[in-house]
Write a protein that binds this ligand. Structure first.
Ligand SMILES: C[S@@+](CC[C@H](N)C(=O)[O-])C[C@H]1O[C@@H](n2cnc3c(N)ncnc32)[C@H](O)[C@@H]1O
Length: 187
């Protein structure tokens, strides 16, 4: 199965929601793999906004995008995703994605945190258009702990079902705290 890893599965779902010329947000830029996908989906007429707190993430992403010929079409912002409402209007984005945790190959101490992740998801849902989708890669155990995942899931459980459909996928037969892909559709 080609979509067996969480990032591949999330990319598959994000692709299914692609809108030519749309607005895409990557809330956790990291090494730029999600930003790269969003640039491809946005095409020449769309826009991509990517956030990370680490300069290293911006450097790595810039290099990856340049390698693929996407420089100039994306806003790489060194700021916390909890501030995304400073940059984007309500109901302006087609897709918002988050891949929580730490920068692979970077400092594991600089990871996403429960309070800021929660604020970012709440703001992201406001910024999402009706008909748009938010994709979340949630991790737990190890250095990340469980608090972030539990806080986010508790909040998502309370979202009004008339406005949001929340789908939580599960790696049902995997041991040792498998990652959790979550998709939120706004109507
Ligand atoms: C798992 S990585 C993201 C992977 C990335 N999407 C990719 O394709 O490589 C998580 C990233 O979240 C970033 N991060 C931590 N706190 C953040 C915050 N408040 N706002 C935005 N990014 C944050 C980390 O610096 C790290 O680069």
């Amino acid at each position: 199965m080609r979509q067996s890893q969480i990032t591949e599965w999330c990319h598959f779902m994000i692709r299914s929601q692609a809108v030519e010329g749309g607005t895409y947000i990557d809330g956790t830029m990291g090494n730029g793999h999600d930003t790269l996908l969003l640039c491809e989906l946005a095409g020449k007429k769309g826009s991509v906004w990517a956030f990370d707190v680490q300069e290293q993430a911006l450097r790595n992403t810039k290099a990856l995008l340049a390698e693929h010929g996407y420089d100039g079409r994306v806003q790489l912002i060194q700021d916390g995703h909890e501030n995304m409402d400073h940059y984007l209007e309500p109901e302006s984005a087609d897709v918002v994605c988050f891949n929580f945790g730490y920068l692979p190959g970077g400092d594991h101490q600089i990871a996403t945190r429960p309070e800021t992740s929660l604020a970012a998801v709440q703001k992201g849902l406001e910024i999402l258009k009706r008909g748009g989708m938010m994709s979340l890669c949630l991790y737990s155990g190890g250095e990340t702990g469980f608090e972030e995942k539990e806080k986010l899931l508790a909040c998502l459980k309370e979202l009004p079902s008339g406005k949001y459909t929340v789908i939580v996928n599960e790696y049902y037969n995997r041991r040792n705290c498998p990652p959790l892909p979550v998709f939120i559709f706004k109507s």
